[in-house]
Design a binder for this molecule. Structure first.
Ligand code: GLV
Ligand code: MN
Ligand code: MN
Length: 420
C-alpha cells in the first residue's frame, strides 16, 4: 500500500472553482429551465450532459467509452496488465424538477479525482475509472438504479427492451434517437472491478444540523417500488349517480390516504410514498376508469418492507367484488445493504488524516452503491444538503464540501489503485 499523502498539497480553491463550473454547466441541461433540473434518461438533455461529461473525461486524460445501456466510463489505464478498476462516480439523470446536485455531485467528484491524478502525474497500478450512470432515479422507465442493475446483470436483456416510457417509447428507440448503441455489451464482469466509490449529497438534514462536513455511509435502506393499476368504469360526471360508480381515482385515493398510518404502525423509520399518479382518461367531467400509481416503501430492516408490501396487497384485495380491480406489480426490490467495512475504515481514516470531521451515517435514499455492494467493495461519502432538501429545485450543497470529499476520495483512490 502506498504511503503517499498528497492531500495536503491539493489546491482546494482551484478544485472548488472547477466543481462549481461543472455543476453550473450540467444544470443548464434541463428540460425545465428556471424550474429545476429535469434530465430524463436518453433525452436531449441527457445527450448534452453526456457530451459535456465525455469531453471533460477526455480533458482529464481518460479514455472514454459507453456501454449498451449508455453508462459512460472514462478510464485511466493501470500499469498492471488486465487488472480490475477502481470506479468512482454516480448518476447523471434527475427526477422531474429536481436539483443540480443529486447524482452530478458524484460524477463531478469522479472527474476531479481523475483530473488530480493527471495533475499530480500519478500512475495507478490498477486502473481508475470515472463512471456516469443512467436512470438511477427511474424517472423515465420506472424502477430506478437501471444503469447499475444492468451492469450487474440484474436486468435481463428482454426486460430492458420491453421497458417503455409514459409515451410508449422503448429504451432501444430512445437510445437510438440520441445516437447510442443498445447492442453494445451491458453486463460487466465483476472481475474487472476492484472497488466502487460514490460521493452523494446527503439529501437530509443530519450533517448540516451537526455541522459535520462528511458522512461515511455504513448502510443503505432496503426499498421497493410497486406500481398499482386500478381499473374501474368510465361514465358521465353529471348523470351517473354516486352509488352506481366504479371510480378508479376514488379507489386509488382511498388506498393512498391509508399509507401514512400504515407506515407509522410499522414504525422503525419505515416510510411509504406515492409520488406518481396517472389518471385516465383525465377529463374533468369523466369518471376515471383507470389510475396507475407508484408506492415507494423503505426501511432499514427488510421485514418492515415485506410487511408493508403484504399490507398493500391486502388492501388491494379488499376491493375485490366492488367493481374495482387492482393489480400490483413490483418494479424494484432491493434489500438493505451494508457498505464494505474496509472501504468505510479507509474513508474514515483519510477524512481524519486530512482534518475533516466525519460521522457514520445510514442512507434513507437509494443509490447505485447498493447494487455495487453485492458486486464489489463499495463505499459512499455524503456531504451536507442545505436545509436537508433534495429532489426539488432548492437542492443545494456547498462546493467546498464537495472539494473536501474529492480530496478524501483522491487519497482513497491513490491507495486503492496503488498509484505512485
Ligand atoms: C433516489 O434518489 C431514491 O432514493 O429513490
Ligand atoms: Mn435522487
Ligand atoms: Mn442520487
Amino acid at each position: 500500500m502506498s504511503e503517499v499523502q498528497t492531500g495536503k498539497n491539493v489546491n482546494l480553491e482551484k478544485v472548488q472553482a472547477r466543481i462549481e463550473n461543472h455543476i453550473d454547466t450540467l444544470s443548464t441541461f434541463t428540460a425545465t429551465p428556471g424550474r429545476g433540473t429535469t434530465r430524463l434518461t436518453y433525452s436531449q438533455e441527457d445527450l448534452l450532459a453526456r457530451q459535456y461529461i465525455k469531453a471533460e473525461m477526455k480533458k482529464a486524460g481518460l479514455t472514454v467509452r459507453e456501454d449498451g445501456l449508455g453508462n459512460i466510463f472514462g478510464k485511466l489505464e493501470g500499469s498492471l496488465k488486465d487488472s480490475p478498476s477502481v470506479l468512482i462516480g454516480s448518476h447523471f439523470d434527475s427526477v422531474p424538477n429536481g436539483g443540480s446536485y443529486d447524482g452530478p455531485a458524484g460524477v463531478v467528484a469522479g472527474l476531479e479525482v481523475a483530473a488530480l491524478f493527471t495533475e499530480y502525474g500519478l500512475t495507478p497500478k490498477y486502473p481508475l475509472e470515472v463512471i456516469a450512470l443512467i436512470e438511477e432515479e427511474g424517472s423515465r422507465f420506472g424502477g430506478g438504479l437501471m444503469g447499475s442493475r444492468g451492469m450487474a446483470g440484474l436486468l435481463a436483456e428482454e426486460d430492458f427492451r420491453a421497458l417503455k416510457d409514459k409515451d410508449g417509447i422503448t429504451t432501444v428507440e430512445a437510445m437510438e434517437k440520441i445516437g447510442l448503441d443498445p447492442f453494445l455489451p451491458k453486463v460487466r464482469d465483476p472481475q474487472t472491478i476492484k472497488a466502487y466509490l460514490e460521493l452523494h449529497i446527503e439529501q437530509g438534514p443530519i450533517l448540516e444540523e451537526k455541522n459535520i462536513p462528511i458522512g461515511v455511509v455504513e448502510a443503505i435502506v432496503g426499498l421497493t417500488q410497486l406500481e398499482l393499476t386500478v381499473k374501474g368504469k368510465a361514465g358521465h360526471a353529471g348523470t351517473t349517480p354516486m352509488d352506481r360508480r366504479s371510480d378508479a381515482l376514488v379507489a386509488a385515493a382511498g388506498m393512498i390516504a391509508q399509507f401514512p398510518e400504515l407506515a407509522e404502525s410499522e414504525g422503525a423509520g419505515t416510510v411509504v410514498t406515492t409520488g406518481r399518479l396517472q389518471v385516465y382518461p383525465n377529463g374533468a367531467n369523466v369518471i376515471p376508469d383507470q389510475t396507475v400509481f407508484s408506492v415507494d416503501i423503505r426501511s432499514g430492516r427488510e421485514e418492515h418492507v415485506q410487511n408493508v408490501i403484504q399490507k398493500v396487497h391486502k388492501l388491494a384485495d379488499s376491493y375485490f367484488d366492488s367493481g374495482i380491480e387492482i393489480t400490483v406489480e413490483q418494479l424494484l426490490y432491493i434489500q438493505p445493504k451494508e457498505m464494505n467495512k474496509e472501504i468505510v475504515s479507509l474513508l474514515k481514516d483519510k477524512s481524519s488524516k486530512l482534518g475533516f470531521p466525519s460521522c457514520s451515517m445510514n442512507s434513507g435514499a437509494g443509490h447505485d452503491a447498493m447494487i455495487f455492494a453485492d458486486y464489489t467493495s463499495t463505499g459512499m461519502l455524503f456531504i451536507p444538503s442545505k436545509n436537508g432538501l433534495s429532489h426539488c429545485p432548492e437542492e443545494w450543497s456547498d462546493s467546498r464540501h464537495i472539494a473536501e470529499a474529492v480530496q478524501i476520495l483522491f487519497e482513497a483512490a491513490i491507495e486503492l489503485t496503488e498509484a505512485e
